[in-house]
Design a protein around this ligand. Structure first.
Ligand SMILES: Cc1cc2nc3c(=O)[nH]c(=O)nc-3n(C[C@H](O)[C@H](O)[C@H](O)COP(=O)(O)OP(=O)(O)OC[C@H]3O[C@@H](n4cnc5c(N)ncnc54)[C@H](O)[C@@H]3O)c2cc1C
Ligand SMILES: *[C@@H]1O[C@H](CO)[C@@H](O)[C@H](O)[C@H]1NC(C)=O
Ligand SMILES: *[C@@H]1O[C@H](CO)[C@@H](O)[C@H](O)[C@H]1NC(C)=O
Ligand SMILES: *[C@@H]1O[C@H](CO)[C@@H](O)[C@H](O)[C@H]1NC(C)=O
Ligand SMILES: *[C@@H]1O[C@H](CO)[C@@H](O)[C@H](O)[C@H]1NC(C)=O
Ligand SMILES: *[C@@H]1O[C@H](CO)[C@@H](O)[C@H](O)[C@H]1NC(C)=O
Length: 535
């Protein structure tokens, strides 16, 4: 069905930037042909290799909306390969248009891991560093920046250990999530993934290989964490581990009252003795919703649960887990009872399940397999992730859930609180200026070309949500931010813009790295406006 992006032959007329735009099914492919690219890059001595032909996959991502062809893809065999490539581009100076993007697993939403006309570094192929687990009093794991979190988990579990802080989905790379933050239901306690890193090895925008930590090159270390790939390519990360539980008790309860729902969430994240994972999601206008949980969750009271009807109301699902080992089942059950007794959910809607720790952490992969089999995975994903200050979450919910969104059939809507004290303000990550804020994630899919399932409809809803925040003066921050102008980026960073720009000038002075974010632009490059308006 999908026509593959056209590969344009390299031009012989030297010195000119040419743009070739090819319409493909879900976006525009752009090939910036830079005549000096192949000849100069071909001279590089590498352990891995550069490909100039097999490049179309590097112009795709999970968002499925933006497609920019690079000129070359680096399949690195070593950190030295990445260093040599970046150093080479750096030494070409500001007259070259070449930029370099690290590509983790390509799960970006708007081309952030793409490099129009430049070089994409396929981090998955960097296997120079074996994943190495170090047991002991303060266990940690050293992993390659291109490693998937699922592999980090599997390796750690062999030693009875596991990382502390997660994302909901594990087929993402270490370097990719550390460049953003890495947020899930453990972050209220452990902080995001960027709060659980001891040390990094980074290739900066000059091609230098540098170790950094809170003690050594601390400015680079904090800059890279949440740094959107702007200051260096993470080639290795040392990640904190803890003893892994064997099992989790996995619980879902429903609320129809938003205030009770959020008060209970906030109470749970503030308790000393509490659940190990706390999230929540919104269910809008769904009838018979309890059916699709039947397979994996058992209602505490099957008769009452069977009769429960949402009647088209908006419902809020609080989701939590408690870790345990089989010999502690009784104690765990008592603790869970105590915690549940403090909550105000609709009594007939208590659902629970017991699964292995691995099965719980890898839960989204099950949905991926199902969606893939239905052809619903590789569709446009106009996701919108917002961090909303606690004091405005009611205003936000009232307007957005009550008026702007009339159904949530386009995908899940996550909503759960986080505590600022678990974030390190020396990192590049941008969060609201309040002690408690909510992650609100609209994870829409747009499988069809018209109506409620269309990209156009979802983008319009996103715009309405953003417009409302602006008009109502809600000082939210985008997570996995996407902006197209420098002014917007400055507003996003606010007071930390100066630090961000200063770090860029030090670590990537020619603006070579991660061009897909369009925060800084290499002077020689003239970007063509993106395809969004044309869709
Ligand atoms: C199904 C799904 C579920 C998700 N769930 C969560 C979640 O629960 N919590 C959460 O926080 N996020 C979540 N995400 C978002 C995820 O964190 C981002 O997609 C992120 O970009 C990681 O994806 P990736 O590893 O494929 O990186 P890519 O998309 O390939 O890259 C992301 C950015 O980082 C840069 N980059 C990649 N590798 C490196 C590196 N080694 N060094 C420096 N820069 C690098 C790229 O240039 C790009 O700018 C989810 C995404 C999907 C698709
Ligand atoms: C092209 O690249 C993709 C992605 O890295 C790889 O899976 C595929 O095997 C490559 N094809 C060829 C012909 O090299
Ligand atoms: C960087 O750290 C690694 C692992 O700790 C170490 O082996 C290496 O020697 C360090 N490199 C430098 C230049 O300090
Ligand atoms: C957030 O963290 C601070 C500092 O640890 C704590 O005092 C506060 O109670 C926490 N708030 C919530 C809602 O968890
Ligand atoms: C709820 O969904 C149904 C169809 O699924 C639709 O007809 C109805 O208009 C929706 N209700 C609201 C309030 O949007
Ligand atoms: C970071 O937080 C610390 C302690 O809360 C505070 O003293 C400091 O001013 C903050 N720094 C920045 C840059 O906001």
């Amino acid at each position: 069905m999908r026509p593959s992006p056209m590969h344009c032959h390299r031009q012989q007329n030297v010195g000119f930037l040419k743009l070739f735009m090819v319409l493909v099914l879900s976006g525009i492919a752009m090939h910036v042909s830079d005549p000096d690219v192949p000849s100069s890059l071909r001279t590089l001595a590498l352990e891995g290799h550069l490909s100039f032909h097999n490049i179309s996959h590097a112009a795709k991502d999970f968002g499925n909306r933006f497609q920019f062809l690079p000129s070359a893809v680096l399949y690195p065999r070593s950190v030295a390969d990445i260093s040599a490539t970046v150093k080479h581009v750096f030494q070409m100076g500001p007259r070259s248009k070449l930029a370099v993007a690290a590509r983790g697993h390509g799960h970006s939403l708007q081309g952030q891991a793409q490099a129009p006309g430049g070089v994409v570094v396929h981090m998955k192929y960097l296997r120079a560093t074996e994943t190495q687990v170090h047991a002991g009093d303060f266990p940690y794991v050293d992993a390659s920046g291109g490693e998937l979190w699922i592999h980090v988990l599997l390796e750690s579990l062999k030693h009875g250990l596991a990382p502390k802080s997660w994302t909901d989905y594990l087929h993402l790379t270490v370097g990719g999530t550390l460049s953003n933050a890495g947020i899930s239901g453990q972050a209220f306690r452990h902080g995001p993934q960027i709060s659980n890193v001891h040390q990094l090895q980074v290739v900066t925008g000059t091609g230098e290989i540098t170790n950094c930590s809170t003690k050594e090159n601390a400015d680079l270390f904090f800059g890279v964490l949440g740094g959107l790939g702007q200051f260096g390519i993470i080639t290795r990360a040392r990640i904190a581990l803890e003893p892994a539980p064997k099992m989790v008790k996995w619980i879902r309860v429903l609320y129809s009252d938003f205030t009770s729902f959020t008060e209970d969430q906030e109470m749970l994240i503030s308790e000393e003795k509490t659940f190990d994972y706390i999230e929540g999601f919104v269910i809008i206008n769904r009838t018979g919703l309890l059916n699709n949980w039947r397979s994996s969750f058992n209602p505490k009271d099957p008769v009452q649960a069977g009769q429960f009807n949402s009647d088209g109301r908006i419902l809020f699902c609080l989701e939590m887990t408690k870790n345990f080992n089989p010999d502690e089942t009784e104690m765990m059950n008592q603790e869970v009872e105590t915690l549940l007794s403090k909550l105000r959910y609709i009594p007939s809607t208590l659902f629970q399940s017991e699964v292995s720790y691995m099965e719980f952490l890898d839960r989204v992969h099950v949905s991926e397999v199902k969606l893939r089999s239905q052809g619903l995975w590789e569709v446009p994903h106009p996701w919108l992730n917002l961090l909303i200050p606690r004091t405005r979450i009611h205003d936000f919910a009232k307007e957005v859930l009550g008026k702007i969104l009339t159904d949530s059939s386009n995908g899940p809507i996550l909503l759960y609180p986080l505590n600022r004290s678990k974030w390190d303000n020396r990192t590049s990550a941008v969060i609201p200026d309040e002690e408690v804020f909510y992650l609100v994630a609209f994870l829409s899919s747009a499988p069809s070309l018209s109506d409620h399932d269309s990209l156009e409809h979802a983008l319009k809803q996103n715009d309405k949500i953003l417009d409302f925040c602006k008009k109502a003066g809600i000082r939210m921050k985008q997570y996995l931010p996407h902006y197209t102008t420098k002014e917007e980026w400055k507003a996003h960073f606010g007071a930390s813009w100066e630090i961000f720009a200063r770090r860029k000038a030090i670590y990537d002075p020619l603006s070579i790295l991660a061009p897909g974010h369009r925060i800084f632009q290499k002077k020689a490059v003239t970007f063509t406006e993106n395809s969004q308006q044309m869709m």
